[in-house]
Ligand binder design. Structure first.
Ligand code: UDP
Length: 382
């Protein structure tokens, strides 16, 4: 009913289906919960889409459907389904049911996107990855250690058959992943049936390489210890990107199949990660994700962003945050509503004048900055 209400209230041409439980460990402990949630919701979505004549669907699948058997680079035509955990199997089952649905209904268009390891943040630095509780994934854990929220990182396994003994993954910048979705939607508009694409960079980066690259780029040390292997981890997993590059590139967005890591792996995108030259023109690096930025940090005591940090740790988080911002010229992040005196304290006429001036400023800003950040200013202040 809830989904029907959404479709009834809006005219929806296409759906990008991101929803689902995604913690591997929890899925092993509570498989029924995972199957019930991830499969049921997809079935409901398909039914309601059919009811309202919405015939395009882009689905967030995962590299995990390849299982651990095939050698990297993993290409879309390799066998799938040998998943090592229930979470992965829900992705695999959903892929299968969407293929069946597309085979049965000639008007349906389904694009399955197999994500590799998305990391990073929006250019504004305001939208990043800050999971609730202890992060399961590597990058948010690294950023939280850098910010002083966690003491040290455990590297799961140093005895894999890789050059430095740690696992190799394909870390793709979340903004490239977003471009992939724009391209997939455009593709869905022009085709029917089911099609599958990897979204990755095609480059492998080891855990230690990732930590080093992070330290190099931020100037922040990330203490780590070597720990035992994590159950179910494959040694090497990176994408074959030829199909996405050929079919999706240049479609509906600026999809770039490029490296998300500075100096990691092979000759990864060095130009994009020179400190001091990014600002809003370039891409704010992935590692800002999860760092406490802006007002949360300034608010100091009291709120503390739910992390319950001790005074010492909080001070360290603030320092780290300031250093990273300075390094990347992110001063503009400080400009927030909280910097202004409370508006209700002004006389009404003054208020009207302030708003008028701000509008002019925003118009100027629109010419210089990217749209999302201007939108934030609009929403916060006007
Ligand atoms: N990893 C690690 N320490 C952590 C979290 C992850 O060493 O605290 C390793 C993990 O073993 C894997 C890689 O980092 O080799 C990426 O793990 P993540 O959970 O981010 O993604 P996955 O590839 O499992 O989907």
């Amino acid at each position: 009913e809830a989904m029907r209400a959404v479709f009834a209230a809006h005219s929806i041409d296409a759906v990008i289906h991101f929803a689902g439980f995604k913690a591997v460990g929890e899925s092993v402990r509570k498989p029924v919960k995972y199957y019930r949630n991830n499969l049921d919701t997809t079935l409901t979505l398909l039914e309601v889409m059919a009811e309202f004549g919405c015939r395009r669907l882009v689905f967030s699948s995962s590299a995990t459907v390849y299982g651990g058997e095939s050698p990297s680079p993993l290409t879309e035509d390799m066998p799938v389904g040998q998943c090592t955990n229930p979470y992965g199997r829900t992705k695999y089952f959903i892929e299968e049911l969407l293929r069946d649905a597309a085979a049965a209904e000639s008007e349906l268009s389904v694009v399955l996107l197999r994500y590799f390891n998305p990391i990073g943040a929006h250019e504004s630095g305001r939208i990043g990855e800050r999971p609730n509780g202890v992060p399961n994934n590597l990058m948010p854990y690294v950023t939280q250690v850098a910010a002083g929220i966690r003491e040290k990182l455990s590297v799961f396994g140093g005895d894999y058959p890789t050059p430095d003994g740690t696992c190799i993954r394909d870390y793709v910048h979340v903004m490239d992943l977003a471009e992939g979705h724009a391209a997939a939607l455009a593709y869905a508009q022009e085709h029917t049936g089911a099609e599958v694409f990897n979204l990755g960079t095609g480059r492998g980066t080891s855990v230690l390489e990732l930590i080093n690259a992070f330290q190099q780029a931020t100037g922040v040390t990330v203490p780590y210890v070597m720990a035992g292997r994590r159950a179910g981890d494959a040694a090497v997993c990176y994408a074959g990107t030829e199909k996405a590059a050929q079919v999706l590139h240049g479609r509906g967005g600026r999809l770039r199949i490029c490296a998300a890591m500075p100096g990691a792996g092979s000759s990864a995108g060095e130009n994009e990660y020179q400190p001091k030259n990014t600002g809003y023109a370039g891409r704010v690096p992935y590692f800002l994700a999860g760092l406490p930025l802006g007002e949360e940090v300034r608010s100091g005591g009291g709120h503390r962003d739910g992390h319950g940090l001790s005074g010492r740790r909080w001070a360290k988080a603030r320092r780290t945050n300031r250093n990273v911002k300075e390094r990347w010229n992110l001063d503009i992040l400080d400009w927030q509503t909280s910097d202004l005196p409370p508006l209700h304290k002004f006389h009404k006429k003054t208020l009207v004048r302030i708003r008028r001036i701000l509008r002019v400023l925003v118009r100027c800003a629109e010419k210089s900055f990217d749209v999302p950040s201007v939108y934030m200013i609009r929403r916060n202040i006007l």
